[in-house]
Write a protein that binds this ligand. Structure first.
Ligand code: HEC
Length: 248
């Protein structure tokens, strides 16, 4: 009995650790990686607003095209804006890399710019959805703003034109730590709150897809595998009855 309880505790422990991460309330992202339009829209935001700094160096454009239902021409027209040293457009079979070097990033942002291919797996979609929507003005930071999910972040607020400018109400606790109590938009952007939430939700859907492009295939393979096992069970059972009928 004690062993069973220990095993159960060990099984749930990792989720408890995750839940404690950062200690902030995360907003819930509504992710459906089988939604190809959402992946296409998210990929477009990604290449326009993120790829200049972040790479996705384990993802190829044509893999994305195949999974999201886009032709090579559509990829070239809508998603591939990077060029090689000779000035030619990046090819559809190439990886989603950019030209930023580590040294440049260190100088510009004081830190490395992480690759985002599997970020949805390490951070989780709710964290990403919260992070990308909770930048707020903070005159004490070199970039002029801060973030609720990632305090003192080195990344600039790249989506501010859509979202607008956000201000935070900060509470400082007894230990001197700062907590963001609430956020409010003081200067509206080009998008309403609902529209902006949708843009970020699509972007996070794309990041979730990119973190594991196999997941759609895996689900359908699982379905067929179970179906096969079911049919095989019936056949095996009939065979067993046939073999044993003379013995009994
Ligand atoms: C101007 C450069 C720049 C652009 C553009 C940019 N980022 Fe960043 N991003 C950074 C830097 C620098 C960091 C590292 C911040 C730190 O460690 O303090 C970062 C960190 C992050 C992190 C946190 C990674 C971690 O450590 O867990 C995520 C997630 C992220 N960016 C997503 C995005 C997304 C999505 C976009 C596009 C909407 C984007 N970024 C656009 C520079 C950029």
């Amino acid at each position: 009995m004690r062993k069973l309880i220990t095993a159960l505790l060990l099984a749930v422990a990792p989720s408890l650790v995750f839940a404690a991460g950062g200690g902030i309330q995360l907003d819930h992202a509504n992710i459906d990686v089988s939604n190809k339009e959402a992946i296409q829209r998210g990929a477009k935001t990604f290449v326009n607003y993120c790829l200049s700094c972040h790479s996705a160096a384990y993802m190829r454009y044509n893999r994305l095209g195949a999974d999201a239902g886009m032709t090579d021409q559509q990829l070239k027209d809508n998603l591939i804006f990077t060029r090689n040293k000779k000035g030619e457009q990046t090819k559809v079979g190439e990886l989603m890399k950019n030209a930023m070097t580590e040294d440049y990033a260190k100088e510009a942002f004081g830190t490395k710019v992480p690759d985002l291919t599997v970020i949805a797996r390490s951070r989780g979609t709710d964290w990403l959805y919260t992070y990308l929507r909770t930048f707020y003005v903070d005159a004490g930071r070199p970039s002029g703003h801060n973030n609720k999910a990632f305090p003192d972040v080195g990344m600039p607020n790249v989506l501010w034109e859509m979202q607008g400018v956000q201000q935070a109400e900060i509470r400082v606790d007894d230990k001197g730590s700062r907590h963001v109590e609430s956020l409010s938009i003081i200067k509206p952007g080009t998008h309403s709150v609902a529209e902006f939430d949708q843009v970020v939700n699509d972007l996070v859907t794309y990041l979730a897809y990119m973190g594991e492009p196999m997941q759609l295939e895996r689900q359908s393979i699982g379905f067929w595998t179970l179906g096969f096992l079911l049919i095989f069970f019936v056949v095996a059972y009939m065979l067993k009855k046939e073999y044993w009928k003379d013995v009994h």
